[in-house]
Design a protein around this ligand. Structure first.
Ligand SMILES: NC(=O)c1ccc[n+]([C@@H]2O[C@H](COP(=O)([O-])OP(=O)(O)OC[C@H]3O[C@@H](n4cnc5c(N)ncnc54)[C@H](OP(=O)(O)O)[C@@H]3O)[C@@H](O)[C@H]2O)c1
Length: 309
């Protein structure tokens, strides 16, 4: 498909609290290489990708202080590439009970009061005086966490009260945690692993978010089907033939079809595809213009039936 004149707002916008963002955003994690087998990617390329993303209208960037290797930090790359920040740019970060230590190992059991340090670290690295959106990253790795988030969520609300955070989101959670949080305070987004053939048990959570005006921000929506993108997992082949046939009909790529499908799940669904490849960035932004027909959506929905939770 042609990518001329398509911007990150072509798929529409969504209100994250008081911030209006284009529905196609950008995930910064891939700019640092791979967390588990770090190979230093080209720094100038990463900076150019970030600047091009903003040029293409991306005004919602996902990052975190935990996105670092021995040689790269996503937050530092963002600060270098994009300061002074555009007024409409929303940088979403994440903190939680499993931060990474300085040598890169995952720690666990952070107490709620330790979240302040993580928030301050993100503020410092990004060169900001407060954070636009902070997701409470629950659970270990990308596994969905269980149990009560009340204490940690409450700690973030306190930091919001103190002016360090503007809006709070949740990540790697289930419907129970969203319901619990909404009874305590405002939630602007939920960020979970999700895609056409990934974690479809979250169909219900996606709908619950929509009912409450909470953005659903899936990650790994395309990477789960790409060899090597998730080093510890084999690529998901489910529905590959259907996705490829629909891609061909639109002169698009399978990744664009997967992104378009997620955006099709509701106006509150935002995309944060991650890439260090400039051509992929252009493709991902252009996916916001891909309009699937009703018949194509039915065919796509058929490749991975929702899983009962
Ligand atoms: N909350 C959490 O726990 C959590 C966990 C993981 C990620 N995230 C966030 O979500 C963002 C997205 O997640 P993700 O990076 O795991 O998944 P993703 O965006 O679905 O997939 C990224 C992978 O797909 C490749 N790719 C991207 N665009 C492509 C295209 N158009 N064609 C072919 N390949 C393409 C990338 O490689 P190339 O560089 O070669 O394009 C990379 O290997 C991350 O950047 C991060 O900000 C959050």
């Amino acid at each position: 498909m042609t990518t001329n004149h398509i911007t990150a707002g072509t798929a529409g916008t969504w209100q994250l609290g008081d911030k209006r963002v284009n529905r196609v955003g950008f995930g910064a994690m891939r700019l640092i290489g791979n967390l588990s087998t770090p190979i230093a990617p080209d720094r100038e390329n990463a900076i150019a990708v970030l600047r091009r993303a903003v040029e293409l209208g991306v005004n919602h960037i996902d990052t975190a202080a935990i996105y670092f290797t021995a040689t790269r930090s996503a937050n530092e790359l963002i600060a270098t590439a994009l300061q002074p920040y555009a007024d409409d740019l929303v940088i979403a970060t994440k903190v939680g009970p499993t931060p990474r230590s300085r040598d890169g190992a995952w720690e666990s059991d952070s107490r709620p009061e330790q979240l302040r340090h993580q928030v301050e670290e993100n503020i410092r690295q990004l060169g900001l005086d407060h954070l636009d959106v902070v997701n409470l990253r629950w659970g270990v790795g990308i596994e969905r966490g269980t149990g009560s988030i009340a204490d940690h969520f409450g700690a973030l609300l306190d930091l919001r009260e103190a002016g360090l955070i503007e809006h709070v989101g949740l990540s790697n959670i289930g419907p129970e945690q969203l319901t619990e949080a909404l009874a305590i305070g405002p939630v602007v987004c939920v960020q979970n692993q999700y895609g056409l053939t990934t974690r479809r048990e979250d169909d219900a959570l996606l709908r619950l978010c929509g009912e409450h005006g909470v953005a659903f921000v899936p990650f790994n929506s395309i990477g789960a089907a790409i060899a090597g993108a998730v080093p510890w997992a084999t690529p998901d082949e489910t529905g590959r033939d259907v996705v490829e046939a629909i891609a061909e009909a639109h002169s698009a790529t399978p990744s664009q079809v997967r992104l378009a499908w997620t955006l099709h799940q509701g106006p509150h669904v935002l995309a944060i595809p991650g890439t260090a490849n400039p051509a992929h960035l252009e493709e991902n932004v252009a996916a916001g213009a891909l309009r699937l027909t009703d018949e194509e959506v039915i065919r796509l929905n058929g490749v991975a039936a929702p899983v009962a939770r």
